[in-house]
Design a protein around this ligand. Structure first.
Ligand SMILES: *[C@@H]1O[C@H](CO)[C@@H](O)[C@H](O)[C@H]1NC(C)=O
Ligand SMILES: *[C@@H]1O[C@H](CO)[C@@H](O)[C@H](O)[C@H]1NC(C)=O
Ligand SMILES: *[C@@H]1O[C@H](CO)[C@@H](O)[C@H](O)[C@H]1NC(C)=O
Length: 456
């Protein structure tokens, strides 16, 4: 790692997450130093390994933030404002109201993708930054020549010696929605999916080598997008880490033994990256775990058994039925890498929020999706929120509990109720609440592990 990056890591570790705000000027100064160094030709991003996970608008990601360049707080607010669409999608998925979506059609339906992972597609490998999505199975990438794709990073099939389109007769092809295969004769597995009412995209199901760190997965099936119409697709590709039939875990079979973990870097971390670790090797030993629950109707979603929530020393009174797992209705709690802030169904959120407000000095105001904002000077009184999962308690670090306004004067409880008009029965543990934690998915033993890890 770059020396100055290391200094900053050490600094952040020493001061701890809760007091970083106080050191903001120093951190900003170091950022300025880092940027200067980068401008002089030493690129700290070059040292990031493949399988680094970075924020989509982080310094080492090729994607440009919306202009004018917003502050981090505004970026988070903006991203959180796209959560309702994703939560609606996940709720519909959980309740089996949605049609199967093996190839997810992009942000308008799957919601924002705010963490990307660096992988390579093809031979020789072409670097792609794909959105990490634990609630989808399939992968797709914008391909060269795509009409309507707005991307700087596209996959160029004709530069790969291992690329091949998949034929309509193959079993993988039958799992695709919007299939446009001829009834007789052979053709490539071409499909056109509509979404959002007025938009559509066309893609071919193809296979090519996927390089993940030092591992090469041959013949990995993914959607190669050739055209989009209507609102444009997000520029990133998508790497589905669900556990259904088309997922990375299913396609890699014994290679990773159904195990992976990730550590998401802090939202505030502009320069640093977390990591995706695939397979049982190198996973934390003795990590505390909770059972993963299976919804046979929605095999891609990672359900866990959230049994209660504490705010400070108070166990919040919530009717257990509101948290109970029910495969028939889709009710329960999932851990998701693509939703920004944790969403609880209305009565659960209100109970948590009301208890939180009792313990913090008001008055309270709203900011974007957040309805419990208060003067940052009262932050010291902010209680620890604990998620009680079966056999595992997660005490949220303060940076995973509060978000600050761009001016820094307000702190907000970074959680919300399921969006309006979503008759949701699904609670979603989102990625702001997962920062600087290693989340281990062991699908073979059906366990989800959580351990504190400062990965930025
Ligand atoms: C590959 O495809 C691109 C875009 O379709 C085209 O411009 C280029 O000439 C092709 N290269 C080869 C080697 O066929
Ligand atoms: C998909 O099909 C619809 C209806 O046939 C068509 O209007 C649209 O242009 C197609 N979309 C793409 C991206 O090819
Ligand atoms: C969730 O955990 C509670 C408490 O341990 C237990 O009673 C319940 O049966 C669990 N639910 C499922 C679906 O395993």
């Amino acid at each position: 790692m770059h020396t100055q990056s290391r200094i900053l890591v050490v600094l952040r570790r020493r001061v701890g997450m809760d007091t970083t705000a106080a050191l903001k000027p120093i951190v900003m100064l170091l950022f300025a130093l880092l940027l200067t160094t980068a401008a002089e030709g030493v690129d700290p991003c070059a040292t990031h390994d493949d399988l680094s996970i970075m924020h989509v608008y982080g310094r080492c990601s090729p994607f440009d933030p919306p202009k004018p360049e917003p502050t981090w707080a505004n970026t988070v607010l903006d991203m959180a404002s796209k959560d309702p669409a994703r939560v609606r999608y996940l709720s519909a998925l959980a309740a089996e109201k949605a049609v199967a979506v093996p190839i997810a059609p992009g942000q308008q339906v799957i919601g924002v993708g705010n963490y990307v992972v660096r992988v390579k597609l093809g031979t020789p490998g072409q670097t792609m930054y794909m959105v990490l999505d634990t609630s989808n199975d399939a992968a797709w990438a914008p391909c060269a020549g795509c009409t309507g794709c707005s991307s700087s990073t596209v996959f160029t099939p004709n530069s790969s010696t291992t690329y091949a389109p998949l034929d309509c007769s193959l079993p993988q092809c039958t799992q695709v929605r919007g299939l446009q295969c001829p009834t007789t004769g052979s053709a490539s597995c071409f499909f056109n999916q509509t979404y959002g009412g007025d938009s559509s995209f066309a893609a071919t199901l193809v296979r090519d080598s996927l390089t993940l760190g030092t591992d090469v997965v041959p013949n990995y099936a993914f959607g190669c997008i050739s055209s989009t119409s209507g609102r444009s697709l997000p520029p990133q590709g998508l790497l589905g880490l669900g556990r259904g039939a088309m997922s990375l875990l299913s396609q890699t079979g014994p290679l990773y033994s159904g195990v992976f973990s990730y550590c998401l870097p802090s939202f505030k971390s502009y320069y640093f990256s977390g990591s995706l670790k695939l397979g049982p090797a190198g996973q934390p030993k003795g990590i505390r775990t909770t059972p993963l629950l299976k919804n046979p109707h929605r095999p891609s979603l990672y359900y866990v058994n959230l049994t209660a929530i504490s705010v400070g020393a108070v166990l919040v009174r919530v009717d257990p039925a509101l948290l109970a797992f029910n495969p028939a209705t889709g009710a329960g709690t999932i851990v998701d890498s693509g939703t920004v802030i944790t969403r609880f169904i209305q009565p659960v959120y209100e109970a948590v929020r009301d208890e939180f407000r009792k313990q913090v000095h008001g008055p309270f105001s709203s900011l974007g999706a957040f309805d419990t904002c208060f003067a940052a000077t009262s932050e010291a009184s902010s209680p620890v929120v604990t998620f009680h999962f079966q056999e595992l308690d997660l005490r949220l670090p303060m940076e995973n509990t509060l978000i600050h306004s761009s001016a820094g004067s307000l702190a907000c409880l970074a959680m919300a109720a399921a969006p309006n008009n979503v008759n949701s029965v699904l609670n979603v543990i989102a990625n702001l609440q997962q920062q600087n934690l290693r989340i281990l998915f062991d699908t073979i033993n059906s366990r989800l592990g959580i351990a504190r890890e400062l990965c930025n």
